[in-house]
Design a binder for this molecule. Structure first.
Ligand code: C5P
Length: 227
């Protein structure tokens, strides 16, 4: 049975992870949320005083990178793998708006990217993986058999992220979430190292015009063709 690699990139909150999880579960593939890894490094940097809304000690963080061990551990109750930092479950803490507001600055650092890309490539070396992020089809797996690029209007995206955060009990405003989504997209698309761009061979999926079920069926059809 031939296994393939599926790369899903796109702007924040376009429904990448929902689709990726669904496709991975259906194919019996592993799902890897690469954004969780950038969020985890950001949480570590916050908790160790390397970054705050007013300062960023890049060199301090870079020096400490070898001490940060990230791994995903499957939680059968949740039905997906959760992020662990040095053996501690960090899944909840990495999803806050505070982490979201700093993560794009951490993701600009080449040393951070090199560390995470290496681990991501290792996780995908036997194929049979669906990975979502910003540079999966361009940098992490440029030879992926199937590449998708997801888009949606900023308002659709902010609403999605706002609903997610308020469901978890975080006190946020729609305006703050919309601003965060727009800021991150700007930084992610304009950074020097591995900016968010559509791979030339990626297929565009617009989340504001297709239902979840339509997206799922479309991608499953494409995956079946590629396998
Ligand atoms: O996917 P998610 O929104 O959780 O990603 C959080 C942030 O991590 C992104 O806004 C981006 O700055 C960074 N990221 C990245 N490359 C990836 C995945 C995420 O730079 N492959």
């Amino acid at each position: 049975d031939k296994k393939i690699t599926i790369a899903i990139d796109g702007f924040s909150s376009t429904g990448k992870s929902t689709l990726a999880k669904q496709v991975a579960a259906h194919l019996g593939y592993a799902y890897v949320d690469s954004g969780a890894m950038y969020r985890a490094i950001t949480l570590y940097a916050m908790e160790n005083g390397f970054i705050s809304p007013t300062h960023f000690d890049k060199q301090g963080l870079i020096k400490n990178l070898p001490d940060i061990k990230l791994d995903f551990r499957f939680n059968p109750d949740a039905g997906f793998a959760e992020m662990y930092i040095n053996g501690q479950n960090a899944e909840k803490k990495i999803r806050t708006l505070e982490v979201s507001s700093l993560v794009s600055h951490v993701a600009e650092v080449s040393e951070v990217r090199a560390k995470l890309v290496e681990q991501q490539q290792h996780m995908g070396e036997n194929k049979g993986v669906v990975m979502d992020g910003r540079d999966i089809g361009t940098v992490v797996f440029p030879n992926a058999e199937l590449k998708l690029f997801m888009t949606a209007s900023p308002e659709t995206r902010a609403q999605r992220r706002y609903d997610e955060l308020t469901q978890k009990g975080e006190a946020v405003t729609y305006e703050a979430v919309l601003k965060n989504v727009q800021d991150r997209d700007y930084i992610d698309s304009n950074r020097e190292d591995s900016p968010l761009i559509q791979a030339v061979d990626a297929i565009v999926i617009d989340n504001s015009t297709l239902s979840r079920q339509e997206q799922f069926e479309l991608v499953l059809g494409l995956a079946t063709e590629a396998i």
